[in-house]
Write a protein that binds this ligand. Structure first.
Ligand code: ADP
Ligand code: NA
Length: 318
C-alpha cells in the first residue's frame, strides 16, 4: 500500500479553502493509501507568536482534523516525534546556506522582516526530514511547494551519494486539480488562514458570520442576463462564488442575480460546515479523547521513522 503524508501548519484558523483543497482530498486518500497526517507545530515557530495563541491553534486544528473524518489515518504532532527535528539537523549537515537562501519562499517571507529567524531559513530542511522519514515513493505538490520538494530530492541524493543509500528519493507528482478557493474580498488571491479574516471563511464560523462574509464578497457591476457565470479572468469574484457553491454541492441553475447567488452560497456553505462543526463540538468537549488519538499516532510515527533515523545516524558515523 502506498503512503501519503501531509502536514498542516497551525498558523491560523483553518478555512473553507483548506477544507475543499486539502482536508477533503486527504479524507478521500484514506481509501487507498496508508496516511500520515501531521500538525506541523514546529513549522509554526518560524514566525513569532505567543505560546497561548500557538497552543490554541494546535488544539483547534487537531480537533478539526478528527472532525473532518481523518480518523482512519495516523494523526500526529510533529513536535511529539523527535525524529523530525533530529533528522532535520542531520540534513542541515548536507545542505548549504547558499541553496537555502535562494529559496523563493524564504526570500519573500524574509524580505520585510528586520530580524529573520534561523528556522525560517532552515524550514525546507525540516520539511525534507518530514518527508524522507516516511519513505513515500511519490509526493504530490502544488507549484508553491515545488522548489522545496526539489530541495528534498537534492538533499536526499547528496546524502546517499556521500554517505550511502539511506533515503528513498520521492517522485514529484502533480496533485489532482482540486478546488482552489479565492479570498472573498480579493478574489485574485487565494483564501488563506493567514489572510484577512473578512475574506476567508473559517471552518468554525457560525452561520451568521458566513452570511455576513458572503454578503460582502466582491462581485462586479455586470447586471446582464448572464451575469452569473464563471470567467476567472473577467469575473474572478463571481467565478469564486459559483465554484464554492458547486464544491459545496449546490448548483447555479435558475440563479440570475448576485443576491440570489450569495444566498445560495451561504446556504450551501452553512450546510457543508454544520456536520463538521457538530462533530467538532462533541470532540472539543472530550479533549482527552483527542489527545489520546494524537498520542497513539505519535507512537506509531516513532516506530515507523526509527529505522530511517537510525540508518542516517549510522551512515554519518554517529
Ligand atoms: P493557508 O494558505 O490557509 O495557510 P497552507 O498554505 O498551509 O494554507 O495550505 C494547507 C493546505 O490547504 C494545502 O494543501 C493547500 O493546498 C490547501 N489550501 C490552502 N488554501 C487553499 C485555498 N484557498 N483553496 C484550496 N486549497 C487551499
Ligand atoms: Na499559507
Amino acid at each position: 500500500m502506498n503512503r501519503r503524508l501531509s502536514l498542516l501548519t497551525p498558523s491560523g484558523r483553518l478555512t473553507l479553502g483548506n477544507l475543499l483543497g486539502a482536508l477533503r482530498p486527504m479524507r478521500a486518500a484514506q481509501a487507498d493509501a496508508e496516511c500520515f497526517y501531521g500538525i506541523s507545530d514546529l513549522h509554526a515557530l518560524t514566525t513569532p507568536r505567543s505560546p497561548d495563541d500557538l497552543r490554541a491553534a494546535i488544539t483547534e486544528q487537531s480537533t478539526l482534523l478528527l472532525a473532518a473524518g481523518l480518523d482512519a489515518s495516523t494523526l500526529f504532532r510533529q513536535s511529539r516525534v523527535p525524529a523530525h527535528a533530529e533528522l532535520a539537523y542531520l540534513l542541515e549537515c548536507v545542505a548549504t546556506t547558499g541553496e537555502l537562501g535562494r529559496m523563493i519562499q524564504f526570500k519573500e517571507k524574509s524580505r520585510h522582516q528586520e530580524s529573520v529567524r534561523t528556522s525560517l531559513l532552515t524550514y525546507p530542511v525540516l520539511m525534507a526530514a518530514d518527508i524522507l522519514l516516511y519513505r513515500p515513493t511519490h509526493v504530490p505538490v502544488g507549484d508553491d511547494q515545488r522548489q522545496h520538494i526539489e530541495l528534498t530530492r537534492d538533499l536526499a541524493q547528496r546524502f546517499n551519494a556521500t554517505y550511502g543509500e539511506v533515503f528513498t528519493i520521492p517522485e514529484i507528482t502533480v496533485p489532482p486539480a482540486g478546488a482552489r478557493v479565492m479570498d472573498l474580498g480579493d478574489p485574485t488571491r487565494k483564501m488563506s488562514k493567514s489572510g484577512p479574516d473578512a475574506g476567508s471563511i473559517a471552518l468554525l464560523d457560525p452561520p451568521d458570520v458566513v452570511r455576513r462574509k458572503v454578503a460582502r464578497a466582491v462581485t462586479d457591476s455586470d447586471t446582464g442576463p448572464a451575469a452569473v457565470r464563471t470567467d476567472r479572468a473577467a469575473k474572478p469574484g463571481v467565478t469564486n462564488l459559483v465554484e464554492i457553491l458547486v464544491a459545496c454541492g449546490g448548483s447555479v441553475d435558475g440563479i440570475a442575480t448576485y443576491g440570489a447567488l450569495k444566498a445560495a452560497v451561504t446556504d450551501a456553505v452553512v450546510a457543508e460546515l454544520e456536520p463538521l462543526q457538530e462533530r467538532y463540538r462533541a470532540l472539543a468537549a472530550d479533549p482527552a479523547r483527542v489527545a489520546d488519538v494524537y498520542d497513539r499516532g505519535a507512537e506509531r510515527c516513532r516506530e515507523v521513522t526509527a529505522p530511517v533515523l537510525a540508518a542516517a545516524r549510522a551512515a554519518l558515523g554517529l
